[in-house]
Structures are given as C-alpha cells and as structure tokens.
Write a protein that binds this ligand. Sequence first.
Ligand code: ATP
Ligand code: MG
Length: 138
Amino acid sequence: MERTLSIIKPDGVARGLIGEVIRRFESNGIRIAAMKMLQMTKAQAEGFYAVHRERPFFDSLTRFMSSGPVVVMVLEGENVIEKNRTLMGATDPRQAAEGTIRRDFGTEIEKNVVHGSDAPETAAFEIGYFFNRFEMMA
Ligand code: ATP
Ligand code: MG
C-alpha cells in the first residue's frame, strides 16, 4: 500500500471542482487517508515547491498557490503515486490525455487544478509538510 499527496489548487477550489476531483479518486479505488482545507502563505508555498526555486515560474507559481484556499489530501492505494499522476494528466492541460483532470478542467500550465507527488521520496516530504500522524487515518 502506497501513499501520495494531492492538492486541489486554488483554481480548482474557486471553480467548484472539489467534489468532482474527489469523485474521480474514489471511483478509481483510491482511499482518502487524510484531508483538510487551508490557505498557504507565500513562504509556505515556497517551502513546498523548494525544488523549483531556480525555475523561472517559481515566483508566479508560489503566488498562485498562496492566492486562495486549497484542499490537501493524502491518497492511499496500490501504486497510488503513478495512478494519481495518470488521473491528473500532463502538467500542461493542452498536452494532457483525454479524460484526465487537467485536460477536462485545467486552463493553463500554471492553473492546472491539481498537484500530485511524483515519487516516494517527494510523497513522504509533501505528506509530512501538511499532516502529522494524528491526522492520518489508519
Ligand atoms: P505538480 O508538481 O503541481 O503536481 P507537475 O509535477 O506536473 O505538477 P512540475 O514540473 O512539478 O509539474 O511543476 C509544478 C507546477 O508548476 C505545475 O503543476 C504548474 O502549476 C507549474 N508550472 C510548471 N511548468 C510551468 C511553466 N513552464 N510555466 C508556468 N508554470 C509552470
Ligand atoms: Mg511536480
């Protein structure tokens, strides 16, 4: 059993997509092991996306991610890191496969509705960034 961190980004929350995104996870056999709604400060978003610090889009990305509430979730299931990435689709909604969350709802490469950890190491870091052990359902 594997765990990954999912975020419904500020554009997804603002556009009323919380239920739709969660429905896609649950109807694909993914279990929600933890969940909360919060708004990150700019500094918290910078810490979360620290791996992208040198990228040209870092300032814009962290401003966007701290611009409104997000829903953060721990997803659990077999092979869930890859499974979630498949359900999300490619980073750029225009490149994302049909039927994926980003293809169906993303509006641009930055405002692409969801985040998902990309490897076991990043999943562990990202889950620990938002949740402690008492917030995680066994
Ligand atoms: P995420 O980490 O959010 O799940 P990802 O792993 O598909 O997305 P990354 O390369 O990690 O993509 O980029 C992180 C986020 O930064 C993207 O989801 C997107 O919001 C933004 N981003 C990525 N590339 C660009 C770009 N060229 N221009 C603007 N924003 C970008
Ligand atoms: Mg990423």
